[in-house]
Design a protein around this ligand. Structure first.
Ligand SMILES: [Zn+2]
Length: 500
């Protein structure tokens, strides 16, 4: 027997145990009426006397919803909480951490509450809605999951959903992170609202008549199934079998689907596979991200929202080396308006806004590569799986945010259309505003189907350059954009004789 090897193995095991959890926590403890100053985050490390959820403390704090804290505790930590004067009760004692977490997040039944939907239920509900409203919704498979090759579905809604509409398009998606299940519920609730409200509700009818609305309730379908089936209530990444041993769904495997986009990819997340923000081996290594790329190729989106939890904050593109995005004024106006319309759970005030970093996540990619103003909305406060009685309120609050978002789909801005002067055929042309768009963003283009680009702008005059290979470039030094609505700009490009 090799003593050295034994000692090394022992040391490694000890180190691994210390990394996973310093102390074995076998008690599920509920703390009630925890004072606000013991819950407030403000950058304080989680520890004795502090019960914030914000640091995503996987080992100790499971949720902090209103003034109720659920935590995994040692007997010493239980005694400590009681010494702090807190009302602390033991809900369960077990050596099995997953069972304790199930009890905390699913409740006494250890099963997900029916207020939440599985992916199969979402798909079936959408099918039933499509049968009831065949003209208003159509389903498109945009890809399949990395591990189990389950279909990832998008839904297109308008008053004539079976045909592409020459209109501004908006996208709402949920569950890049599968533990953040509220996103799927909000997107599904919005689908219900659009289909039930068309012809009844004036705002809904106007949206369906003037926009094309795309919904992707669940991107990370494999992960979402881990959460909704009860296998692992906190599964966050996708189900990629990172070490290739044929065993999947064992923490910490998987790839963070919101770190897989190819915009400053290497600066986002981490290359360490065991971390929650593991970005994968290369940009678009994950099929879930390729599905979103496929969708972005099908349709140019003016605005989009990726729903996450938690924190009651909206992240927008971006802050990059201390500099804002080229369209910062417009982006902040929209993000601010959406946030101001989403009331917080506890009733005091509304969501906040904050610029996010410019790497690898959905919002810098959508904005930087495609010109879509994408927001991440972190819904709810203090949990990912909320107690069932909290879900309708969070969903309703966020539907108010969707209404505010859609209020920005009618300009001010330019409705650019570029066609071939001789044939009238739509052209994929660059629409460049050199006084706004610097080198941090890709050149925006018109779409292939209609030759369209909807471009939100501040009212006033703008310098616009339209170019397309094989055609003479058109420079328009002073295009006037009206105070409200879309200002039409139809450009007919002449073929460049020199190349003929
Ligand atoms: Zn998230």
């Amino acid at each position: 027997m090799n003593i050295l090897r034994l000692c090394l193995t022992g040391a490694l095991l000890l180190a691994a145990a210390a990394g996973a959890a310093e102390t074995r926590r076998t008690l599920l403890v509920e703390l009630r009426q925890v004072p606000e100053d013991m819950r407030a985050s403000s950058g304080v490390e989680a520890g004795p006397g502090h019960y914030s959820y914000d640091s995503y403390d996987r080992d100790r704090i499971l949720s902090v919803v209103r003034d109720v804290v659920l935590m995994l505790a040692t007997p010493e930590e239980l005694a400590q909480a009681r010494a702090e004067g807190l009302d602390a009760r033991v809900l369960m004692e077990s050596d099995d951490q997953v069972t304790l977490i199930r009890r905390a997040l699913y409740g006494p039944t250890l099963k997900l509450a029916p207020v939440y939907h599985s992916y199969d239920q979402i798909t079936a509900r959408a099918q039933a809605l499509a049968q009831a409203h065949p003209k208003l919704i159509t389903r498109v498979q945009i890809g399949e999951t990395t591990q189990f090759r389950r279909p990832i579905y998008a839904y297109r809604l308008s008053n004539d959903a079976h045909r592409a509409q020459e209109r501004p398009a908006v996208l709402l998606d949920g569950c890049h992170h599968s533990d953040e299940v509220l996103g799927a519920e909000i997107v599904l609730a919005f689908m219900e609202k659009l289909l039930a409200g068309y012809g009844q509700d004036a705002a809904v009818t106007a949206w369906m008549d003037t926009l094309e609305i795309w919904l992707v309730p669940v991107i990370n379908v494999d992960g979402h199934d881990m959460v909704t089936s009860g296998r692992e209530p906190r599964w966050r990444k996708n189900l990629r079998d990172v070490n290739g041993d044929g065993v999947v769904g064992v923490y910490p495997e998987g790839v963070d689907v919101n770190r897989g986009y190819d915009f400053n990819w290497a600066q986002g997340g981490t290359g360490e596979p065991s971390k929650v923000s593991y970005r994968g081996q290369h940009p678009f290594s994950e099929a879930e991200n390729r599905a979103m790329r496929h969708l972005a190729g099908l349709r140019q989106f003016l605005l989009s929202v990726s729903y996450h939890s938690q924190g009651e904050v909206i992240f927008y593109p971006w802050t990059w080396a201390g500099k804002p995005a080229p369209d910062d004024d417009i982006i902040r106006r929209i993000a601010g308006d959406v946030a101001a319309n989403i009331p917080k759970m506890e009733g005091k005030g509304a969501y906040a806004i904050s610029p996010g970093g410019a790497s690898s996540q959905s919002y810098p990619w959508f904005y930087g590569r495609h010109g879509t103003i994408d927001l991440i909305i972190e819904t709810g406060k203090g949990a990912h799986l909320f107690p069932p009685e909290e879900v309708p309120g969070i969903v309703a609050a966020n539907l108010l945010g969707v209404s505010a978002l859609l209020g920005h789909t009618n300009g001010p801005g330019l409705a650019v259309k570029v066609t071939d002067a001789a044939t009238g055929a739509p052209l994929v042309a660059q629409v460049w505003l050199p006084q706004i768009e610097n080198e941090t963003v890709d050149r925006r283009t018109t779409d292939a189907e209609f030759g369209r680009r909807w471009r939100l702008l501040e009212p006033g005059t703008h310098y616009v350059i339209i170019s397309c290979p094989g055609y003479r470039t058109v420079a328009l030094p002073a295009v006037a954009v009206g105070k409200t609505g879309w200002t039409g700009l139809n450009v007919k490009l002449e073929a460049d004789g020199a190349v003929r």
